[in-house]
Design a binder for this molecule. Structure first.
Ligand code: SAM
Length: 248
């Protein structure tokens, strides 16, 4: 593990040797190597893969993925974490396989990648998933850790209590599978909620949706005030489907 130590108030931390966690940035670090190994195993990385990791933190997942993949491009918002990560791989055989990008993943252009693996900061879950599904070329899949309740909505099927607009929108564009549950006690500091790891495999080729007039640009209420006939067939079917299932 890295040198990070939990402090009650990061802003007033006195310990200059250890970094405080910033939970406002979703800094809940996986502390159980068994969970880290399980996530990497379930990611089924190939030796030829370029992996996009969001929020590597101190690099617990990163170092394992570097052993399995051709390259890891890791995007991290916190410069302190970047420096810990770089120190961790310095002088190791993995050093040249790691590219670190500094900044907010939602504001930057994404690199080419085959697979995305991330223990995501939960506050960006929804926009991240839709940015992922609009990424071109399409990645093979993403293995992502979410708050359990968000994961439940992603994988919900018609009739389930969690079935909602998110389930419909994501499952229209991808196959979503639940991989594993992760208890809050597996993180340092523990978050207030449990988590789950999900694989999102975009449908390839994607359904023929024109996103300029698609559901990302419309509010459902606006759509239903209009005549669906002007919409191209798949989007019209989608509207009817949502209407039938009362998904608004
Ligand atoms: C849940 S921690 C995961 C840390 C590490 N991957 C692990 O599993 O132990 C989330 C990480 O995402 C970073 N982060 C938060 N918001 C971000 C953003 N918008 N763009 C990039 N990284 C972000 C945080 O600084 C933190 O290192």
């Amino acid at each position: 593990m890295g040198k990070i130590k939990k402090t009650k108030n990061p802003k007033t931390a006195q310990n200059t040797q250890a970094l405080p966690f910033n939970t406002d940035r979703g800094q809940h670090i996986l502390k159980n190597p068994g969970v880290v190994n399980a996530i990497v195993e379930k990611s089924a990385l190939k030796a030829s893969d370029t992996v996009f990791e969001v929020g590597p933190g101190t690099g617990n997942l990163t170092v394992k993925m570097l052993e399995a993949a051709k390259k890891v491009v890791a995007c991290e918002i916190d410069p302190r974490m970047i420096s810990e990560l770089k120190k961790r791989v310095l002088g190791t055989p993995s050093q040249n396989k790691l590219e670190v990008r500094s900044g907010d993943v939602m504001k930057m252009e994404w690199p080419y990648f085959d697979v995305c693996v991330a223990n995501l900061p939960y506050q960006i879950s929804s926009p991240f998933v839709f940015k992922l599904l609009l990424q071109r070329p399409l990645p093979r899949y993403a293995v992502l850790m979410f708050q359990k309740e968000f994961a439940d909505r992603l994988i919900a099927k018609p009739g389930d209590k969690d079935y909602c607009r998110l389930s419909v929108n994501v499952q229209l564009l991808a196959k979503v599978d639940h991989l594993m549950k992760v208890k809050r006690t597996e993180f340092r500091p523990p978050p207030k909620v449990d988590s789950a790891v999900v694989r999102i495999a975009p449908k390839n080729p994607p359904p023929p949706i024109n996103f300029q007039v698609g559901f990302f640009k419309f509010r459902k209420k606006t759509i239903f005030k209009q005549n669906c006939n002007f919409l191209f067939p798949i989007f019209k079917d989608y509207c009817i489907f949502c209407k039938n299932y009362s998904i608004f």
